[in-house]
Design a protein around this ligand. Structure first.
Ligand SMILES: [Zn+2]
Length: 289
């Protein structure tokens, strides 16, 4: 049988996160996250594809109808934290509380049981491996957060490439890298999909299909936003230094987004087969009946 890949969306509001990370300000998620997630849902419905939406708790509280639609259309709902905090900034107890609150919000809004976790910015690294025990303690079935390579801010360079079970019973569904010329190259989502030529993703997916190994692709609703993010003049005047860093970040994030991203994503759905991430796990043995 041909290989089917995992398709995942990390659902977060761009403006809420950059305000927190660059200006140290809290704000509610904006309608950006809703309209772009709706676009993804329409696109996936038209293509007849289901995937996993890893949600923030704060989005679940602000847009419960969106979660209901995701569940109604047959997608999986996973958890992506509550307020998009990075695990390396948290104590285990705080992470536990943050995740509990988020799972409750997502389950309440969607009526679906959460089984999977995607760490914010892949922040499960060697120093934060304790997080995997917290995730298992909360009763989740799998985690999909570890990048088995050395990234600038994330990654565990010698982590296994394939889906594997941890000692605590949790399944790990690693992010996708392909091995070429003795190196591990990241593929399948985010900036690697948005800024590299489409041919790179096509090559990586084909290589994985030849090897019989599924990819885990990942996207963010804001990558599909048609307008480019900007720093408002009032914000720039109030926080000049942060505004410069934020303007640079916005410029980097603007590469390939919007229309081109929409076209490429729809093409990828036509060219390859996808399922929700939990469907990549081996079937649980059923008990005696
Ligand atoms: Zn995220």
């Amino acid at each position: 049988m041909s290989v089917v890949h995992g398709l995942s969306i990390d659902v977060e509001c761009y403006y809420q996160i950059v305000w927190k990370d660059y200006l140290g300000k809290t704000r509610e998620p904006t309608a950006e996250v809703e309209r772009n997630t709706e676009w993804l849902l329409d696109c996936m419905r038209d293509a007849g594809v289901r995937g996993t939406y890893y949600m923030l708790g704060n989005v679940a509280r602000a847009y419960p109808r969106l979660l209901r639609r995701i569940a109604d259309e047959g997608h999986e709902l996973g958890v992506h934290g509550d307020e998009h905090l990075y695990i390396y900034d948290l104590a285990p107890r705080t992470f536990h509380r943050e995740l509990r609150v988020a799972i409750d919000a997502i389950e309440q809004a969607s009526g679906q049981k959460v089984e999977g976790h995607r760490a914010t910015a892949f922040s499960i690294v060697r120093e934060t491996a304790w997080a995997l025990d917290v995730i298992a303690e909360l009763g989740l079935r799998y985690d999909s957060s570890i990048f088995p390579m050395q990234g600038r801010r994330y990654g565990i360079p010698d982590a296994p490439l394939g889906i594997h079970r941890l000692d605590n019973g949790l399944w790990e569904v690693p992010m996708t890298v392909v091995e070429a010329a003795g190196r591990r190259l990241p593929a399948g989502g985010g900036g690697y999909f948005r800024t590299f030529p489409y041919a790179y993703t096509a090559w990586a997916l084909q290589k994985l299909e030849d090897a019989g190994r599924p990819a885990v692709t990942y996207f963010h609703p804001h990558e599909f936003e048609l307008s480019c993010p900007r720093v408002g003049a009032a914000t720039a005047l109030r926080h000049p230094r942060a505004a410069v860093r934020l303007a640079k970040f916005n410029a980097a994030q603007s590469v390939g987004r919007g229309k081109r991203m929409r076209r490429r994503f729809a093409r990828m759905l036509r060219d390859h087969a996808f399922v929700p991430v939990r469907d990549l796990l081996p079937a649980e043995p059923t008990g005696p009946d």
